[in-house]
Write a protein that binds this ligand. Structure first.
Ligand code: GLY
Length: 354
């Protein structure tokens, strides 16, 4: 599987124009959701190759990352003359790059896709690395394929219209990339000024560094047989928090759940694989400063543990954790006793005063 090319843009329109003029295709399609059609498409619509390109627009929101909207995209491609040599440009957050990537993977057994992520979460995670898919039967990302886009264009200019909650949501994946890579990258992530309106040029640099971490890992292990599991740090417990939050009608943004999951899983790392306490304390204070507290009590422990046992990354019914023995020292496929997992929930509650 070819790794995708990632371009950290200085001038998105001209870089996209140059890329498209060097790319052979018979017809270009653009996929947006209702929000990105209004707020983001105007930023690229002057690119000459996009003049007259059919724009397929679906409703915004993860609940629409489903078989109905996939069918809408397939139908639009089919009725508007897409062939195997057409190109689909996905302009949006992770919902659009996931469903558009999967539409691309499946239409006529595969047409090429280009991702232009418009959220921080999509820029540093969803749009890069080739995971595509839809939700099905009430399960997130139940159907999908590894199908890398031809190219990903990242431009933090899109983030100017992103609210703070979503900015921090994407930032949680950058904290994770720092933790699994090196002290230097981690230090850059912790020292970026999140208190002010971000310096978008500086953020672009930080995003470049963060995406490079993911690219290196995906290149080594595109289909998550081994080291790509490093990217799951914080996600086993984080997904359980996220799922619980949905059943309690107080939905957490994905990255906010991951940040809370990182706290619990770094505690497991401290207990199980020797992660240093002072580094754990530093991570906890950063997350406490910027992320909302996820409210839960010991009555929720069984439900949370049950949710962890259903994580699709488990093997043979054993919860499969990714832990660290230090920054950049990843330990995949760690099994941990139930008692210890519940202890990590106690740790979260204790540190967050709930
Ligand atoms: N979001 C984690 C991965 O792409 O593997």
């Amino acid at each position: 599987m070819m790794a995708n090319q990632v371009v950290i843009c200085k001038e998105l329109k001209s870089e996209l124009e140059t890329f498209l003029s060097g790319c052979s295709y018979d017809k270009l399609f653009v996929l947006t959701d209702a929000n990105t059609q209004e707020k983001c498409f105007p930023l690229i619509q002057d690119v000459p190759q996009l003049k007259g390109a059919p724009v397929i627009t679906i409703p915004a929101g993860d609940t629409h990352k489903d078989i109905e909207q996939l069918s809408v995209i397939w139908t639009a491609l089919s009725t508007q003359g897409a062939s195997r040599h057409s190109l689909l440009l996905n302009l949006g957050g992770g919902m659009i790059t996931d469903i558009g990537g999967f539409a691309g993977a499946t239409f006529k057994r595969g047409i090429r896709t280009v991702n232009i992520p418009t959220t921080l979460m999509a820029s540093v995670d969803a749009a890069v690395g080739g995971k595509t898919g839809i939700n099905f039967n009430g399960l997130k990302n139940e159907i999908g394929a590894f199908y890398p886009p031809l190219c990903v264009f990242i431009d933090c200019e899109f983030l100017r219209t992103l609210d703070r909650g979503n900015l921090l949501s994407g930032y949680a994946e950058m904290i994770k990339h720092g933790l699994i890579s090196s002290r230097e990258i981690y230090r850059h992530v912790l020292s970026f000024d999140l208190d002010q309106t971000p310096d978008y040029a500086a953020l672009n640099q930080l995003v470049a560094e963060s995406v490079a971490v993911k690219e290196r890992i995906v290149e080594e292990d595109p289909k998550e047989q081994g080291i790509r599991k490093a990217l799951n740090l914080g996600h086993t417990i984080g997904h359980a928090f996220e799922s619980l939050s949905f059943t309690r009608q107080r939905p957490l943004l994905h990255g906010h759940a991951v940040a809370a999951g990182l706290v619990a899983e770094l505690y497991l790392s401290y207990k199980e694989t020797g992660f240093p306490m002072h580094t754990l304390t530093q991570a906890v204070s950063f997350i406490k400063e910027y992320y909302p507290v996820f409210q839960f009590g010991c009555n929720d422990y069984d439900a949370l543990y049950e949710l962890m046992t259903h994580d699709k990354k488990n093997e043979n019914g054993i919860i499969n954790f990714t832990l660290l023995s230090d920054i950049g020292e990843v330990r995949i496929n760690q099994s941990v006793s139930k008692e210890r997992v519940l202890e990590s929930l106690d740790f979260y509650r204790d540190r967050f005063g709930i």
